[in-house]
Write a protein that binds this ligand. Sequence first.
Ligand SMILES: Nc1ncnc2c1ncn2[C@@H]1O[C@H](COP(=O)(O)OP(=O)(O)OP(=O)(O)O)[C@@H](O)[C@H]1O
Ligand SMILES: [Mg+2]
Length: 445
Amino acid sequence: MPDVSHPDRTRDDPSGAGGGFGVAAGLHHRENETGRGDLSSGAAPGSVLVDDVWESFKVYHERAQGLRDRLFARRKNVTEEFWALRGVSLRLDPGDTVGLIGENGSGKSTLLKCIAGILRPSRGTVQTYGRTASMLELGAGFHPDLTGRENVYLNSSILGFSRRYTDQVFDEMVEFAGQQVAEAIDRPVRTYSSGMYLRLGFAVSVHLQPDILIIDEVLAVGDAKFVKKCYDRIHELKRRGVTIVVVSHDLETVATLCDRAIYLERGKVVADGPSVEVVDRYRADVTAEQGGAVGRWEGGAVYGSGDMTLRDIRLLTGGERDSIRTGDRIAVKFRAHVNAEVDNPVFGLIVRANDGTYLYDTNTLWRHQETGRYAPGDEVEVTFELRANLLPGRYTVTVAASRHDGKVVYDWHSDALGFDVAGEFVANGLVELDGSISVMPIAGT
Ligand SMILES: Nc1ncnc2c1ncn2[C@@H]1O[C@H](COP(=O)(O)OP(=O)(O)OP(=O)(O)O)[C@@H](O)[C@H]1O
Ligand SMILES: [Mg+2]
């Protein structure tokens, strides 16, 4: 393990502890200290400046050289330097929501640890402004022998909050974490399940007013209901202008939650831009590596070969109203411009809930619908008609065109449209199941 407590780091790290839910992340710049808007760059709380960061690890190999050495156990220890980050520069402004994507081992967690202050870059600098809460490895940042309650107070005080403040938010935090955690709050956290760790850790992170929230994949261990609750809360923090940096292999989540995505490859930034575009580029790379064949669309491995270009994608609502209400008929229309000879191309549409939940997916292939034969320069208009049996909330539409067998994507537009469904609040969830309730007294009882 590299040394994690560097006294001379560029920012104030009061904890010196490694990893964690807020603990290690520490309070990099306390309000009354340097760093709050006092830089010539005018950095405000919530800003992050990563300047030409390189991070190396020493890797020890026990290398037996040849049979003779192996037999006589004459081993030679070799140290190699491994560069996990190679010149990463980025600037996050307050309120940015950024997803870090890339293959396993591309440096995502290392970069997060540098931003959270758990690792000091070998070269370059990282500056964060404001209170940073991070959820990196599960359980790190909690002291295993202390109870849940004690850990909450410890984290809170490390982040610079008074006991009184913690008293005020304590119940809310525990309530957020849920029943099991509430019951176990006075037990040492080493007795918690991974999900319970996550619950308490997340509750602490979001209740301690972060300016910057850093999350590495940990949500993966939560149960579906809690993960949804976490995403709701993350969306709320986003609306409040908290800077959010997440690592996730769930590309739909990145595309939905984050406005911006950064794609790392072998420690370098290869793309940085609007999340939908960067996610598509990453998918295209993954797909290309797999030989260009795309399985089912929902698998997410998608790119555009360019044989067709979809444009002018729009949503039409029934009447004059531009809002959609539960049960309305809607239409999604687009034009497909043909760039190469195509025969019976497939047109498809996916509807997702705002948190990425896959709701509806249909296409002309599954419907055995012939679509025609086209030559370069042709234009096709495609219309999907749907009934929005959706409960009030926000939804997205993805559209795509592919080869007749669905295996080569000509053009794919993830979440090309977003729309809101309005309606009277009589049920919660996603789908209108046309419920009704009857309540009747039973005579004679
Ligand atoms: N403490 C360490 N010592 C040695 N090598 C390390 C250490 N931490 C990370 N690395 C190496 O640095 C590279 C980047 O690792 P990192 O954990 O940042 O990848 P990642 O993008 O988060 O991957 P994943 O998607 O699997 O979580 C990997 O090759 C990894 O082996
Ligand atoms: Mg990682």
